[in-house]
Design a protein around this ligand. Structure first.
Ligand SMILES: Nc1ncnc2c1ncn2[C@@H]1O[C@H](COP(=O)(O)OP(=O)(O)O)[C@@H](O)[C@H]1O
Ligand SMILES: O=P(O)(O)OC[C@H]1O[C@](O)(COP(=O)(O)O)[C@@H](O)[C@@H]1O
Length: 314
């Protein structure tokens, strides 16, 4: 069982326009709404592939009601923690060719009691689970240490913790020694404090984090695939997608694929291959639609290999 915690879930509204021009009125050619937030997307991706998962989230307001209804419709088991605020709505504007502009709300103000209840519900759900995954930004009112606290508390229950976040909560969580982190290229550069133009720079930065106490670092690199680094090995792979439709949620699908494979006893190379397959399949789908087994068919992933250190990343 993989438990996900999404402290700041969202309704993801995706609209497609011919061309985005600042200051202009745009006519939408297609639109959709999906339950969102990074942990929720991880649970959606796992559930879509028959995985055993439970999403823990704060729920408030009319938007929160719609969010849980959409999760029910998608067959995603969830544990709701009632809050006084209202779930946020994030907008993604997609242009033909896949360029995506995102506008994310900050999220509802949470009280200290609501934050405590959310963490307690997550730890309660995590008892007996193999993995607990903390993902995404934190809403106003949540302490920067929320994911670090999750790492420490889940570890004392014997549960492995994966973290996918950004900004100040990420270094705080890293200092607590999680089992896995999944930064993208930009997040990793911010974490180590310098630019990482080549694949070799990414591997060196990931090794630095492993030496500092993170068991496994999986770095997603968009069209350049993903690289996985632990104390014993490093591997890299990628998939070619001719016509990407929307990259929203691709990193979440990658993480779901990696965890699903590790959870079912697969090797690191298999986990990375599955993750890249799920992430690449996600970019072939509109909005933050999640790949089904049928969407994975036909996605060719290169055999994992030692990274080409000199490769200049896109
Ligand atoms: N243009 C693309 N072509 C092929 N695969 C892609 C593309 N964009 C993303 N992916 C796949 O999705 C994964 C996650 O994408 P990425 O953009 O790095 O993550 P995030 O959404 O966290 O920023 C990548 O590791 C890769 O497997
Ligand atoms: O919590 P954050 O960082 O604001 O991100 C939330 C957004 O991220 C998503 O999980 C998608 O992730 P990406 O945009 O990184 O692919 C959306 O569902 C959601 O709108």
């Amino acid at each position: 069982m993989i438990v996900t915690l999404t402290p700041n879930p969202s309704l993801d509204r995706t609209v497609t326009v011919e061309r985005l021009t600042l200051g202009e009125v745009h006519r939408v050619t297609s639109g959709r709404i999906d339950p969102g937030g990074k942990g929720i997307n991880v649970s959606r991706a796992l559930a879509a592939q028959g995985g055993d998962t439970l999403a823990v989230l704060p729920v408030g307001g009319a938007e929160g009601g719609l969010l849980t209804r959409l999760l029910d419709e998608a067959g995603v088991a969830h544990r709701d923690v009632a809050i006084g605020g209202t779930a946020r709505m994030n907008v993604a504007v997609v242009e033909p060719g896949g360029r995506t502009t995102k506008v994310n709300e900050a999220g509802p103000q949470m009280t200290p009691a609501e934050v405590d209840a959310l963490l307690a519900a997550t730890l309660d759900a995590a008892r007996g689970a193999r993995w607990v995954v903390g993902c995404g930004s934190l809403p106003p009112g949540a302490p920067t240490s929320l994911y670090a606290d999750l790492v420490a508390s889940a570890r004392s229950l014997g549960v492995r913790v994966a973290i996918d976040s950004s900004g100040a909560p990420l270094p705080a969580a890293v200092a607590a020694g999680p089992s896995l982190i999944k930064p993208n290229h930009e997040e990793l550069a911010e974490l180590v404090g310098h630019a990482l133009p080549r694949l070799g720079d990414v591997v060196a930065a990931a090794r630095e984090l492993v030496a500092g106490g993170v068991e496994l670092v999986v770095v997603s690199l968009g069209a350049d695939g993903a690289v996985a680094v632990d104390a014993d090995s490093v591997c890299w792979t990628a998939a070619t997608i001719e016509r990407p439709l929307s990259t929203v949620g691709a990193g979440d699908c990658l993480l779901a694929g990696v965890l699903h494979t590790l959870d079912t006893g697969g090797s690191l190379a298999d986990a990375l291959t599955t993750g890249v397959r799920w992430g690449a399949a996600a970019v072939t789908l509109p909005g933050s639609r999640i790949p089904t087994p049928r969407d994975l068919a036909g996605i060719e992933v290169a055999a994992p290999q030692a990274p080409d250190a000199g490769l200049l990343l896109r």
